[in-house]
Design a protein around this ligand. Structure first.
Ligand code: FMN
Length: 350
């Protein structure tokens, strides 16, 4: 029995967004204080076999927090003290945004899933940049760059550049998010010309290391186009995947009818297959995300080609022990299969 077993039923009485801000607020209070050291002793798994080097960054373990959890960049230190090896903060836009009207997050408890249509609510890139500048964090922090709702699609490349410039220098890596299903038209940017314009604008502006986050709903030829451009513009990695607008037939929670992006267990296989598809076609590191709840889930993503793995929905369902449990379990799985390190297991199932 963990503290979260007691807290979870109480948190789940609240609306998902209120529960999120409560949990996030708690982490924000801890962030940068001596309490971090106490959390670290409890949650951080120190094991050299879990260390990963990717796009010039050193990660103490492969398990990170996916974009959208720490949208405001107020808790990367506390999240790393919970055992996460990196945090992707944001998504952010050039100016602050309110996002969509509430309610906009739904728990599909029976399906271990979430549907969200937040719409990139965030405090704006300059605020996030200042926060990161004041934060002393041990492990890598990535910044998820979104498109401003008010900017027409044809001006998207300049808008991404503007967002990047306001946060430049404060992230250890940058992820261009062209796959959020909750921001008007953003996924239409996943075509060759738009992606080329965006990648050109960001690389010219000096965004590096730069990764692109793709949608699991993208048809294979479009993924191939994206990967050609990753190569052409010398991007440093691919994040697969964002949430899906698909609704698998076997969802049973009443809220399955809500509009938005579905995350969690029902996304797992599709996301793993996309990791495999991408890893087969590119040499850059892949961050695998979608439905990872356990060490076995993370291990499947790694074996399918992911160098790093991120988590969002299982953090809500499993609570603060999730990174520790996944990391401990991963070490056991590596040992069982005779691998000396995570890096040795990356892509063995390709
Ligand atoms: C409430 C919520 C907000 C999210 N916000 C973002 C975002 O701002 N940018 C982004 O690239 N992905 C965002 N995501 C997608 C996650 O980063 C992740 O790709 C997706 O949830 C799949 O992982 P999971 O099954 O572990 O949750 C969000 C997900 C959720 C549930």
């Amino acid at each position: 029995m963990t503290l979260y077993d007691i807290a979870k039923p109480l948190l789940f009485q609240l609306s998902p967004e209120t529960a999120h801000w409560l949990a996030h607020g708690g982490l924000h209070v801890v962030d940068g204080t001596v309490l971090e050291a106490i959390l670290k002793r409890t949650f951080v798994v120190e094991d050299e076999r879990l260390e990963v080097s990717a796009f010039g960054q050193e990660f103490p373990n492969p398990i990170g927090v996916a974009a959208g959890f720490d949208k405001t960049g107020q808790a990367p230190g506390a999240l790393q003290a919970l055992g996460f090896g990196h945090v992707e903060v944001g998504g952010i836009t050039a100016e602050p945004q309110e996002g969509n009207p509430r309610p906009r997050v739904f728990r599909l408890v029976e399906d271990e899933a979430i549907i969200n249509r937040m719409g990139l609510n965030n405090p704006g890139a300059a605020v996030l940049g200042r926060r990161l500048a004041e934060t002393d964090v041990e492990h890598p922090v990535g910044v998820n760059l979104g498109k401003s709702e008010s900017v027409p699609l044809r001006e998207a490349a300049d808008d991404y550049r503007e967002t990047y410039e306001r946060v430049a220098g404060h992230g250890d890596f940058y992820v261009v998010n062209i796959s959020c299903p909750n921001s008007t038209g953003i996924r239409e940017l996943q075509n060759r010309d738009s992606m080329a314009d965006i990648f050109a604008a960001l690389t010219e502006a000096g965004a590096s290391p730069l990764l692109v986050k793709l949608s699991p709903d993208l048809p294979e030829p479009a993924v191939e186009d994206a990967l050609d451009l990753v190569d052409e513009y010398d991007l440093d990695g691919v994040v697969a995947t964002n949430t899906t607008t698909d609704r698998p037939k076997n969802l049973s929670s009443p809220d399955r009818v809500e509009k938005g992006g579905l995350s969690g267990k029902p996304l797992e296989d599709e996301a793993t297959e996309m990791v495999r598809f991408v890893a087969q076609r590119t040499d850059v590191p892949v961050i695998g995300v979608g439905g990872v709840f356990t060490a076995a889930d993370a291990y499947r993503k790694i074996r399918a080609g992911a160098s790093l793995v991120q988590i969002y929905t299982s953090f809500i369902y499993r609570g603060p022990t999730v990174a520790r449990n996944v990391n401990r379990g991963l070490a056991t799985l590596l040992e069982r299969d005779g691998f000396d390190s995570v890096e040795d297991a990356v892509g063995v199932d390709l």
